[in-house]
Each structure stands twice: as C-alpha cells, then as structure tokens.
Design a protein around this ligand. Structure first.
Ligand SMILES: Nc1ncnc2c1ncn2[C@@H]1O[C@H](COP(=O)(O)OP(=O)(O)O)[C@@H](O)[C@H]1O
Ligand SMILES: [Mg+2]
Length: 133
C-alpha cells in the first residue's frame, strides 16, 4: 500500500495489535526508505516516551515499558559473526524490530512470530509498504 509520512502512525497502530513477546518485525528497504522513521512511530505506539534514535552506531537500542521489552536493531554494519548468539539471547521474549535483518543470517521463524515489511521508495513523500504477517 502507498503510505505518506503522516499515515505511518496509522500503519503502526494497526501493526501494534499483532505484537507480543517474542516477535520479530523485519524491515527491508534501501537506505533512506523509511525503516527507522517507521520504527520510531511503532516504538512510540508501544508506549515509549523517551526519544528514539537510530541505532546505526551501537547496533542495538533497548526500550522497556511496563508491558514490553523492545529491541531496535540496525544490522547494516553487522557481519555474520559469532556475536549473533549473543543477540539471540537478547531477542528472547522481546519485540524485536530489525533493520537489515538479512545481515544476521538467522531464520527468525525458529525463534518467534515474524512480521516482514518491505519498503520501496516511490518518490520523495510516498513509500510502498508491503507487510507479510
Ligand atoms: N512515506 C514516508 N515513509 C517513511 N519515510 C518517509 C516518507 N516520506 C518521506 N520520508 C523520509 O524518508 C527518510 C527515511 O529515512 P530513514 O527512516 O532513516 O530510512 P532508513 O532507516 O530506511 O535508512 C526520512 O527523512 C523520512 O522523513
Ligand atoms: Mg535506518
């Protein structure tokens, strides 16, 4: 579906109903597609009030609410190394929102519910969101 910036909160609200512990939201799309922008909306919908920043440099940011542990990971710079076992432990029982998930080389479906989102740039303001649950 074609989505503008101001419609992201509606998509995030709808998606939020599907989120529970042990869920992976996998975000695919080029640099600048809108993965981080959408993640910020989603984390806000989940009740996080603190500022959400891109985890590009520290790879993983974690947020806690009274209901959820939320991990936001940007695997752009990650190589398939043995660190991945450590991340799997962190993912357990949490809502895990992951940019560039393919860089991890993990079959996420073995570890929880998977929601896959592909974002394609249409033009400056419009993105095509494909959501596979
Ligand atoms: N419909 C839209 N959905 C998401 N981002 C959009 C949209 N329209 C414009 N943008 C802009 O595109 C940029 C996306 O950047 P970002 O979320 O950091 O991308 P990524 O994390 O995929 O590299 C932001 O500047 C955002 O404001
Ligand atoms: Mg990003």
């Amino acid at each position: 579906m074609i989505v503008k910036l101001e419609q992201l909160n509606k998509i995030a609200k709808d998606l939020m109903k599907e989120l529970e512990g042990n869920t992976f939201v996998l975000l695919n799309g080029d640099l600048g597609a809108g993965k981080t922008t959408f993640t910020k909306q989603l984390i806000k919908e989940l009740g996080v009030t603190e500022n959400v920043t891109s985890p590009s440099f520290n790879i993983l940011n974690q947020y806690k609410t009274s209901n959820y542990v939320i991990n936001h990971m940007d695997a752009y710079r990650l190589k398939k190394t043995d660190e991945i076992d450590m991340f799997l432990e962190t993912f357990e029982g949490a809502i895990n929102i992951i940019e560039w998930p393919n860089n991890l080389g993990i079959d996420f479906s073995k570890y929880g519910k998977v929601i896959e989102i592909n974002i394609l740039v249409i033009d400056e303001y419009n993105r095509d969101f494909k959501i596979k649950k």
